[in-house]
Design a protein around this ligand. Structure first.
Ligand code: ARG
Length: 399
């Protein structure tokens, strides 16, 4: 069995995960530390981060480019499920954690480590997601969470690192905390905890205020194949390029800002800000295409499962049986969700401008009042008679 003194740490280059390195070695008895930074499109320069972990005392420091895998294996399945937590949050941060957990486990196996570690505190959702991912994938791995154990303030964390010669924590303290990846950006804590405080423009980074969006609308046609986004304006694009382009486009038109109260897994309510223009545009277009290609009863049964899907992902149970079962249902509905939805982007919102699908269930000859109509109106009376029968009986008996 791999020794628990050999550990892989999920590393971000931030103050907390950096302090985790000496803490793991000197307070928790680890002898071999692999720092693993995952690139999920947070836009950081990664080589300095890799170097920083070595400087802080890691034996091995790795950067894993996981952007494409993130969008393809986590982002797009969530789009197929139209997954919005509490009806609003497209899970941009939440979806990243099972992937980081996957990478921790894969790296632990590659380096014969018996433990994994992360820098999450005990108050958030991320610890739940990482711990659960690791426990579900390899229950033999020990999980170390230094920041859940120490009771350092921010200043004490920096002082602790400095004791081990780790400098360069230019503490440009922002009055909030940021989590960024290709699917979206989250801002929480600090000033945002004041529910009466309206965010000022410095909080936002991916989106313009709607009032300052261009005066002329812009259109984008999103192409899907079996529920998977594959093209913009007819041009086939890989997952990362597609999401990046939609982020830019949506952001320019002030689309994708969310200011919400959120129910955390650990039981507290928190106020969170998000910017996720690309994923929100994808979900809007995908929903419309489903409306065109799926029958009403399938749509009706998919809807509550979408909420369950979002909750399951939010709760960190990506690798549990419920998500797998929900995904199997969602997947079975997507076979003919193929076509193109054209959106009009204007002043903070997107509206549907055109829809097209080869297997559209919208049949003009059925719905039209024109002479080409094939709908047999003579059956309507009998249909209504039987359709209303249970209600008529109820009213007669109880009315
Ligand atoms: N509250 C959001 C969620 O639970 C965002 C978490 C962001 N993580 C962070 N370490 N700042 O999904």
């Amino acid at each position: 069995m791999a020794s628990a003194k050999r550990v892989v740490l999920a590393y971000s280059g931030g103050v907390d995960t950096t302090a985790c390195i000496p803490y793991l070695r000197h307070e928790m008895g680890c002898e071999f530390i692999v720092a693993m930074a995952a690139d999920l499109g947070q836009g950081d320069e990664l080589e300095p981060i890799r170097q920083k972990a070595l400087h802080a005392g890691a034996d091995v420091s790795l950067v894993v480019d996981a952007k494409e895998r993130f969008v393809r294996e986590y982002g797009f399945p969530a789009v197929k499920a139209n997954a919005l937590y509490d009806g609003q949050y497209p899970l941009s941060s939440a979806l990243g954690r099972p992937l980081i957990g996957d990478l921790l486990v894969e790296t632990a196996h590659a380096y014969e480590c018996g433990a994994v570690a992360h820098g999450c505190t005990g108050k958030g959702n991320d610890q739940v997601r990482l711990d659960l991912t690791v426990a579900l994938l390899d229950s033999g791995l020990k999980i170390l969470a230094p920041a859940r154990e120490w009771s350092f303030s921010r200043a004490e964390t920096i002082a602790y690192s400095e004791k081990f010669g780790i400098a360069g924590h230019v503490s440009k303290e922002k009055p909030w905390a940021i989590d960024l990846n290709i699917l979206g950006r989250n801002v929480e804590a600090g000033l945002i905890e004041d529910l009466t405080w309206e965010p000022t423009e410095e909080v936002w980074a991916l989106t313009r205020p709607a009032e300052e969006a261009p005066d002329t609308p812009e259109y984008v046609a999103i192409g899907f194949e079996a529920g998977v986004p594959v093209a913009l304006d007819g041009v086939p694009l890989g997952p990362t390029a597609l999401v990046e382009q939609l982020n830019t486009l949506g952001g320019r038109h002030g689309i994708g800002r969310i200011d919400m109260l959120e129910n955390r897994v650990v039981g507290v309510k928190s106020r969170e800000l998000y910017e996720a223009p690309g994923v929100l545009l994808l979900i809007q277009a995908h929903r419309e295409l489903e409306q065109l290609t799926l029958p009403a009863d399938v749509l009706a049964h998919k809807l509550p499962l979408e909420a369950a899907y979002a909750r399951t992902v939010y709760d960190g149970l990506w690798h549990g049986p419920l998500r797998a079962a929900l995904d199997a249902f969602v997947e079975s509905t997507q076979r003919h969700v193929t076509g193109e939805i054209r959106l009009k982007l204007y002043k903070g919102r997107a509206s549907v401008a055109a829809r097209r699908a080869e297997r559209a269930l919208y049949r003009h000859e059925l719905v039209t009042y024109g002479p080409e109509c094939t709908f047999d109106q003579s059956s309507a009376e009998g249909f209504i008679d039987i359709f209303g029968l249970p209600s008529r009986v109820w009213n007669a008996v109880n009315g």
